[in-house]
Design a protein around this ligand. Structure first.
Ligand SMILES: [Zn+2]
Length: 232
């Protein structure tokens, strides 16, 4: 099963690719070479420059040491123009990174640093068209999936948001990477992570925060009235 941290780095890698001016990017891109299937954690495509980039996320040394695909003739570096490993800070020594691969490191506030640039593969074994097709399919699937989940949709449509000082937000904990919902005051600067056995403070100015909706005093009064009726 995929770890929360792995999932988190994988998603962040798309933001990094987007900053690199890619036109198309996606996670979980299924690539095939002859009969071998390789699932790339992320692929980014720049149409004008005809460049493809693959990012493979590793969050533990065991995960890195176990991945034989890195060294195969159909490995990530062989498939596209550029290939990177992306890890938490300090997981790998530069000399351990396989030949040709770049190294990206992400810190606890999701800042990504290029520790080593990849070398360009002069002859990718997949055509540029195939890489576009595969990445496009994965991106389409991701959009449709997101449409179904609607994690941050405001189901109250702002009914009780007028003049509200209490906000319902989604925030990711920098320590355990769990994304959860919190009720906070509008001027609140941090909140305690809800995850069991974590309880770290999440700085709201730095963490990835999504505003969902807000609740005002009218909401509180109506809720209190309804709760009281129920008790009577
Ligand atoms: Zn936490």
């Amino acid at each position: 099963m995929e770890s929360t941290l792995h999932e988190h780095l994988k998603v962040q890698s798309l933001y990094w690719l987007k900053d690199k001016m890619v036109d198309l990017c996606a996670n979980e891109v299924k690539l095939f070479f002859r009969r071998k299937q390789v699932k790339a954690d992320a692929v980014g495509i720049n149409i004008k420059r005809k460049e493809s980039r693959i990012i493979e996320v590793k969050v533990s040394r065991a995960d890195f040491l176990r991945d034989s695909v890195l060294h195969e003739p159909y490995g990530y570096h062989a498939l596209a123009d550029y290939a990177y490993l992306m890890t938490p800070v300090g997981l790998l020594q530069l000399e351990e990174v396989p030949k040709g691969y770049g190294l990206l490191e992400m810190d606890e506030y999701d800042n990504i640093t290029v520790k080593r640039n990849p070398t360009r593969n002069p002859n990718p074994i997949l055509t540029f068209d195939t890489l576009i097709k595969r990445t496009g399919r994965a991106a389409t699937n991701a959009v449709l999936f997101q449409e179904l989940s609607k994690e941050t949709k405001d189901l109250t449509k702002g009914t009780f948001s007028n003049g509200a000082k209490v906000h319902l937000i989604n925030a990711t904990c920098p320590a355990c990477k769990k994304r959860k919902q919190y009720l906070v005051r509008s001027n609140q600067s941090e909140v305690t992570c809800k995850a069991r056995a974590c309880k770290q403070m999440i700085p709201l100015n730095k963490a990835r925060v999504h505003f969902i909706t807000a609740y005002n005093k009218t909401f509180f009064k109506q809720l209190t009235a309804l709760m009281d009726e129920e008790i009577d």
